[in-house]
Design a protein around this ligand. Structure first.
Ligand code: GTP
Ligand code: MG
Length: 135
């Protein structure tokens, strides 16, 4: 069993898709280990997306992620990291994510792609510490 850090990004919260995302996580057989609604400050967002610092979309990405409430979750289960990436679909909701995935079903724009999921065990450990330091 392993843990992954999931975000329902501000666009997903604004559109009322929190329940939809959680329902898909639960139906996949994964468990919620932590859940919090919060508005991220800049330092948290910059830490979370540090790997993208310097890319042309980085400023917009940090503005977007800090621009409204999001839901942060720790999701646990067998193969939880790749399993949630599978549920999310590819980064671009039209070009990469297929129907049946969260991004493929609900998104059209790469920045507003609704959810985040850790991409490796190392990322998951790093990101869980950022969002849930007491876990
Ligand atoms: P995350 O789970 O959010 O990390 O998405 P990902 O792992 O599928 O993609 P990646 O880590 O490469 O990019 C992080 C986030 O930056 C994406 O989810 C998008 O919201 C945003 N992003 C990535 N590429 C672009 C881009 O070309 N333009 C814009 N505007 N945003 C981008
Ligand atoms: Mg990523």
């Amino acid at each position: 069993s392993e843990r992954t850090l999931v975000l329902v990004k501000p666009d997903g919260v604004a559109r009322g898709l929190v329940g939809e995302v959680i329902a898909r996580i639960e139906r996949k057989g994964l468990k919620l280990a932590a859940l919090e609604l919060r508005t991220a400050d800049r330092a948290t967002a910059e830490q979370h997306y540090a790997e993208h610092d310097g890319k042309p979309f980085y400023g917009d990405l940090v503005d977007f992620i800090t621009g409204g409430p999001l839901v942060a979750l720790v999701v646990e289960g067998v193969r939880a990291i790749p399993a949630f990436r599978q549920l999310a679909g590819g980064t671009d909701p039209v070009e990469k994510a297929t129907p049946g995935t969260i991004r493929g079903d609900f998104g059209t724009e790469v920045q507003y792609n609704l959810v985040h999921g850790s991409d490796s065990a190392e990322s998951a450990e790093r990101e869980i510490k950022i969002w849930f330091p007491n876990l």
